[in-house]
Design a protein around this ligand. Structure first.
Ligand SMILES: *[C@@H]1O[C@H](CO)[C@@H](O)[C@H](O)[C@H]1NC(C)=O
Ligand SMILES: *[C@@H]1O[C@H](CO)[C@@H](O)[C@H](O)[C@H]1NC(C)=O
Ligand SMILES: *[C@@H]1O[C@H](CO)[C@@H](O)[C@H](O)[C@H]1NC(C)=O
Ligand SMILES: *[C@@H]1O[C@H](CO)[C@@H](O)[C@H](O)[C@H]1NC(C)=O
Length: 561
């Protein structure tokens, strides 16, 4: 067992507390039906739901499908009955879990639309599905990059991980990595195309990981989402605090009075907070986060009190003491967003203060806030041809019970079993050895192996391969091939079907035969020892894993008012 490097658990933060209430409180979500809303850019997956089943969840109208067509591995389990309370969203009743024999790396592969901006959300609710009451912690990867660490601290609470990512290809892997701290699992995956590419940022330098998204001053325990939010962002209710006063309106925000491209749901904007003492500023902070992590903030404002002509609400926004935005006077029932543009900020702590200007008659207010961290997601790393040919080899031989998922070479600690890679080019790693010894291979040697142009060693020994040894093996320069222990393999291409009796030779004779017929092909039989030691140089998984894992802090969501 590895030593746990990150021992300090975050205190139960506000978002979590409120979320707890959502799960167990009265769940009567009123959905105002708006026009032009559909789920055409949505893919909503209930992980662990029995294969080929689907349903529409009444509270949101979102249709969920089983995850069985997106992943080959893992086991499906219902959560424990005592956690399956009526107010719990249907999509949390099942999980897919990945016990040790599923391998350390388990990936879902999804189609995305290249060039489009996507909201990708993974949700986790343990619910003691394995009856072990062991709260796990594991890694969540998008492509080959650690997106976040999933830390389950309460069996009844939902942990959400969300990212806004512009797809650079038409598919992406979402991988769940066993890091040695308990059995990983997943409850829900939701993908949404953000039809407005300019939402948040039009020039993207990295992907945006949601750190918090709060519906400030909410008097409800419900998360606001689709269909209030056409993009299905989750707005977590943040209600009472001694230092603020809640104000609200029943009028719609932004419908006729000026919406902006952030299209924050009216329901979210209808509530706000002002300081309890109107002479004081409205302060909130995000103290002590990783100073290397870049943040982006979006503060949303709407005047929701009808002011007389002799009244005003004008304030400055300061961040860590510097004016971030000056003389803001939110319009009545309009939507005004003050957000980070361009570079993210990395200062390690973030103290916001909303301070009224001298002649303002009303104190500042705040309706909603979002914070994101910026992370560079690398979707794939293995050279495209090599990755494609590995996937073809996998499907040709029906190799399911391996960790052959996601990118073959990356992340390096979760490299596919039986391969070695050359990492000299960090965006185009090449496969240099493939070991399919004793893998139960049947049928002929697949020509896809011939597409691995950098292959130096190929071990196909101890299988039940039939047919001939194909010419393409001879065309790979300096390739070492081990074919020992394939009793029905023929020595030449003229016996492809393995049916011609004079073409069949036993493995003992094979080396000589191929050596004679395929000049440049070097076939090594029996000399496994030398290669065995040569390939053994690779470090063990456990060692490298503990070094490279904690590159991003877990998302401790503190937001103090
Ligand atoms: C849901 O299942 C029904 C019947 O099994 C099927 O006709 C329908 O296409 C499915 N819907 C989705 C979104 O998969
Ligand atoms: C605004 O005018 C009204 C009367 O029209 C008065 O009662 C109120 O005190 C004034 N408010 C301020 C802040 O001057
Ligand atoms: C507040 O003062 C500024 C100048 O300092 C002035 O432009 C603005 O009109 C004043 N607003 C009110 C409501 O008196
Ligand atoms: C391939 O793997 C097997 C067992 O996993 C090992 O015995 C053999 O030496 C490996 N082949 C090479 C070329 O390293």
């Amino acid at each position: 067992m590895l030593q746990k490097r990150y021992l300090k658990k975050p205190p139960m933060d506000r978002a979590m507390l409120v979320f707890f209430a959502v799960l167990f409180g009265a769940s009567s979500i009123v959905i105002p039906i708006q026009g032009q809303l559909d789920q055409s850019g949505f893919l909503s997956i209930d992980c662990g739901l029995p294969a080929n089943t689907n349903y529409t969840y009444g509270a949101t109208g979102i249709s969920y499908v089983s995850d069985s067509t997106f992943i080959d591995t893992g086991v499906t389990k219902p959560i424990s009955a005592s956690y399956n309370v009526p107010s719990l969203g249907l999509q949390f009743r099942y999980v897919r879990s990945f016990p040790t024999d599923s391998g350390a790396k388990n990936c879902y592969t999804f189609r995305l639309t290249k060039g489009k901006k996507h909201l990708i959300r993974a949700r986790f609710m343990y619910g003691n599905y394995d009856s072990k009451n062991q709260l796990p912690e594991f890694g969540l990867y998008l492509g080959v990059t650690l997106w976040d660490t999933v830390e389950i601290v309460d069996a009844s609470k939902v942990v959400d991980k969300e990212i806004i990512h512009v797809a650079s290809s038409n598919s992406i892997d979402l991988c769940i990595m066993d890091t040695g701290f308990g059995t990983p699992f997943i409850s829900v995956i939701e993908l949404r195309i953000l039809s407005n590419y300019n939402l948040y940022e039009s020039t993207i330098s990295g992907s945006m990981v949601t750190y918090l998204r709060y519906d400030i001053g909410s008097q409800s325990t419900d998360i606001v989402r689709y269909r209030d939010d056409a993009y299905d962002r989750l707005w977590y209710p943040v209600g009472n605090s001694p230092s603020w006063k809640t104000i609200s309106t029943t009028s719609s925000i932004g419908v006729t009075t000026g919406q902006n491209s952030y299209v924050v749901p009216s329901k979210t904007m209808q509530t706000a907070v002002t300081p309890t003492d109107p002479s004081q500023p409205l302060n909130f902070s995000l103290p002590q986060v990783d100073p290397n992590t870049g943040f982006k903030f979006y503060l949303h404002f709407s005047e929701i009190e009808q002011l007389q002509s002799n009244e005003s609400r004008i304030f400055n926004i300061t961040l860590n003491g510097d004016v971030w935005y000056g003389n803001l006077g939110p319009r009545y029932l309009g939507l005004t967003t003050i957000g980070s543009t361009g570079q993210s900020i990395s200062q390690g702590y973030y103290n916001f203060s909303l301070v009224k200007v001298n002649n303002s008659t009303r104190p500042p207010l705040l309706n909603a806030i979002e914070a994101y961290t910026v992370v560079d997601i690398l979707e794939s790393q293995t050279a495209q041809d090599d990755a494609g040919s590995m996937r073809s080899i996998k499907s040709t031989y029906g190799l399911k019970n391996k960790n052959w998922q996601g990118d073959p070479c990356a992340p390096e600690t979760y490299r596919w079993d039986g391969i070695n890679c050359n990492y000299d080019n960090p965006n185009s790693s090449r496969i240099i050895s493939l070991n399919l010894s004793s893998s139960g291979l049947t049928g002929q040697i697949t020509p896809y192996i011939g597409d691995l142009k950098s292959l130096g060693t190929l071990d196909l020994s101890y299988n039940n391969l039939t047919g001939g040894v194909p010419d393409f093996l001879a065309q790979l320069p300096s390739l070492k091939v081990l074919l020992d222990g394939n009793p029905y393999l023929c020595s030449s291409t003229s016996c492809q079907n393995g049916s011609s009796s004079n073409g069949q030779k036993h493995a003992n004779n094979l080396g000589v035969a191929i050596g004679a017929s395929l000049g440049s092909l070097l076939v090594i039989i029996v000399a496994g020892f030398v290669l065995f030691f040569y390939l053994k140089v690779r470090p063990t998984k456990q060692q490298s894993q503990s070094q490279s894992f904690w590159t991003f802090g877990s998302s401790v969501r503190k937001f103090f008012f």
